[in-house]
Design a protein around this ligand. Structure first.
Ligand code: NI
Length: 185
């Protein structure tokens, strides 16, 4: 039987602590790659059910008990022409270097592998961002430009590195407040 990471939940103090810069070495690269494998398996219904996993499109190192700045985003995006685009980011020490004024939010709200309770409401994030990081896929420093859903997932994962969870962003008084000019996705 394959052994999977135990996901750290939001009742743990460590999920709320700020992560330290990661060493860019084989150990970190192996960890990041195994996080990607976890996400791929979580997207397979059979494996997910067998191992009681939840489906995820992003995972940050603190969610598997490593308080270092590393994250993975992985999902398949069907294109209009019938092909499938694979979004695969495996980043060490990511840093947002540019962000749009324009915001975006998911109409169904956000979810998180570390959060089992339901937290309803909109999470406003930047519509477009640029992230500088060591890119494990390219084996070098890279600047990634992302917008829409991809940018939202990246911001959700980068938040984890600072101990921030998606529901921290939900307006407590008016969780479904609609902001002018924000893109609804
Ligand atoms: Ni999360």
């Amino acid at each position: 039987m394959k052994k999977y990471f135990k996901i750290v939940k939001d009742n743990s103090n460590s999920i709320r602590s700020k992560c330290v810069d990661a060493n860019i070495d084989q150990e970190t690269i192996d960890l990041v790659n195994s996080m990607k494998d976890y996400l791929i398996d979580s997207q397979n219904e059979e494996i997910r059910n067998k191992y009681h996993m939840r489906e995820g499109v992003g995972l940050a190192a603190p969610q598997i008990g490593k308080n270092i700045r590393a994250l993975v985003v992985y999902y398949e995006e069907p294109q209009e022409d019938g092909s499938v685009k694979i979004i695969d980011h495996r980043l060490i020490n990511p840093k947002i270097i540019l962000e749009s004024v324009k915001e975006a939010y998911l109409s169904n709200g956000e979810g998180c592998l570390s959060v089992d309770d339901e937290h309803q409401g909109y999470v406003y994030r930047k519509y477009k961002i640029q992230v500088k990081a060591y890119d494990v896929c390219l084996k070098k420093e890279n600047i990634i430009t992302a917008y829409g859903f991809e940018a939202i997932v990246l911001q959700h994962e980068i938040d984890h590195l600072d101990g921030i969870l998606f529901y921290d962003h939900i307006n407590k008084k008016d969780p479904f407040l609609v902001k002018d000019g924000a893109v609804r996705l």
